[in-house]
Design a binder for this molecule. Sequence first.
Ligand SMILES: *Cc1c(COP(=O)(O)O)cnc(C)c1O
Length: 213
Amino acid sequence: MSIKENLKRISDTLPENVTLVAVSKTKPISAIEEAYAAGQRVFGENKVQEMVEKFEALPKDISWHLIGHLQKNKVKYIAPFVHLIHGIDSFSTLKEINKQAKKHDRIISCLLQVKIAEEETKFGFSIPEVRNILASKDLVELKNIAIKGFMGMASFTDNTKQIANEFQTLKSFFDEFQLQILSMGMSGDYKIAIKNGSTMVRVGSSIFGTRNL
Ligand SMILES: *Cc1c(COP(=O)(O)O)cnc(C)c1O
């Protein structure tokens, strides 16, 4: 199936309140152009340099989402244009984003990455850590960032019950706050994520085909 057909098939199953982020990492400009021609405007990348190159080459009405781990020293490259940063996993990264956003007179939207998977994962906050951040006075001082919600990744498993439980955990936590965005769900589990309250899915291979890298 073509990129256009894949986008249509997926979009048709999404409730109106769910945003589709087309994850174009490792894929060529031509693939993004094909999705763009089909009406897609929100794209996700996980590498700063790759996102900058694609931003420069493509139409400026695209919303670029950084979905992977973000190193502090690279924030400056995306600060002029990034629309949403999904994978915040340290307070010092938030501080750096705030600093760079200020230079461009922007307010950058961010999602805190929360660990929900059973398996050991390198990145993300625990739920108590997120509570602390959201309650901290230091956060109030970061005027050039806006925490819009949370991002979570379920365990890499065939056990759909477990995946659903992990998404439910994050959804209940999300509901304690007045936040807008709950980013959960990838190609393999976005349907489960939507059933469990996701408002934003990050889908790559089901749109663009499998990645070789
Ligand atoms: C690559 C990636 C995705 C998309 O994965 P697919 O399985 O190809 O849909 C979603 N979220 C993050 C954080 C990713 O790195």
